[in-house]
Design a protein around this ligand. Structure first.
Ligand SMILES: O=P(O)(O)O[C@H]1[C@H](O)[C@@H](O)[C@H](O)[C@@H](O)[C@@H]1O
Ligand code: MG
Length: 283
């Protein structure tokens, strides 16, 4: 089995790199934009095309029917978003679609693989920067084949924290997001940042550029690959209430260590999000 997953891991890296090249090329042409859950939740033909390319290549390589797929664009067309014990690929073809549309240079292809509901490996290709992040359970995390590690900062006053605004602009949620950010800024921390892609944000935690990233409202495809990369770089993942991380819960804190993560958690104003694996009628 172990060798089989190694082949899958290596193949995921190849597929992510090829997908990133398609995104880069598409960014040079006219981009037609549509919307999904809200007027600021953007999608383009490139998101759909790249997801088809990724899933098509994986099916061709590993055989139709043996593996399951959770892809952002397939789920938006009401394909199931349920993690079972079967080998499952969790894919965000274009993480940072808003960045892609605007030419803001952080866009990632995110591919994760889970077996028995456990994440085995994750690959995040930051395609505009041409940086390949990857990690396999128990084997460390890498950026362009160099090992990466989270920062060793324990003093929150010496930290940079990342968060995002998400795509739900209901005033009550935005109020909570900004109130949390204000409290964190006023701890004070050195700075608050956001790249516009959750996958890249997690890689920034993993390589020690920032101490933590938290968000409520993200989806499993935004963070599955990054989760493996953060853990393998020595970091940790928690729920925003301090409990165990739950991939389908749409909320997460990823941090370099528990001291920093706990300090952030103290300030987070939690709001509800419908779980990724909720029955479609509830979404
Ligand atoms: O660009 P997508 O794949 O839609 O993912 C983004 C998500 O939609 C936003 O809510 C988050 O704030 C970003 O960090 C995601 O990466
Ligand atoms: Mg995404």
């Amino acid at each position: 089995m172990a060798d089989q997953w190694q082949e899958a891991y290596d193949f995921a890296v190849q597929v992510a790199r090829a997908a990133g090249a398609v995104i880069r090329k598409a960014g040079e042409e006219e981009i037609k934009v549509q919307t999904k859950s809200s007027t600021v939740d953007l999608v383009t033909k490139t998101d759909e095309r790249v997801e088809k390319i990724i899933i098509g290549s994986l099916k061709e390589q590993f055989g139709e029917g043996t593996h399951c797929f959770i892809g952002e664009e397939s789920v938006s067309k009401e394909e199931p978003c349920i993690l079972t014990d079967k080998p499952t690929w969790i894919i965000d073809p274009v993480d940072g679609t808003t960045n892609f549309v605007h030419g803001f240079p952080f866009v990632a292809v995110s591919i994760a693989f889970a077996v028995n509901k456990e994440l085995e490996f994750g690959v995040v290709y930051s395609c505009m920067e041409d940086k390949m992040y990857k990690a396999r359970k128990g084997q460390g995390a890498f950026c362009d084949d160099e090992p990466i590690q989270v920062s060793d900062v324990k003093d929150i006053h010496k930290s940079i924290i990342i968060s995002e605004h998400g795509t739900d602009r209901s005033p009550e949620k935005v109020q909570k997001i900004f109130s949390t950010m204000k409290k964190i800024l006023c701890i004070p921390v050195h700075g608050l940042r956001g790249s516009g892609t959750a996958a890249t944000n997690m890689c920034l935690v993993a390589c020690g550029a920032v101490e933590a990233f938290f968000e409520i409202g993200i989806h499993c495809w935004d963070i599955a690959a990054g989760a493996v990369i953060v853990r393998e770089a020595g970091g940790l993942l928690l729920d925003v209430d301090g409990g165990p991380f739950d991939l389908m819960s749409r909320r997460m804190v990823s941090g370099n260590n528990r001291v920093i993560a706990n300090r952030i958690i103290k300030e987070i104003e939690i709001f509800d999000s419908v779980r990724d694996d909720a029955p479609i009628a509830k979404k």
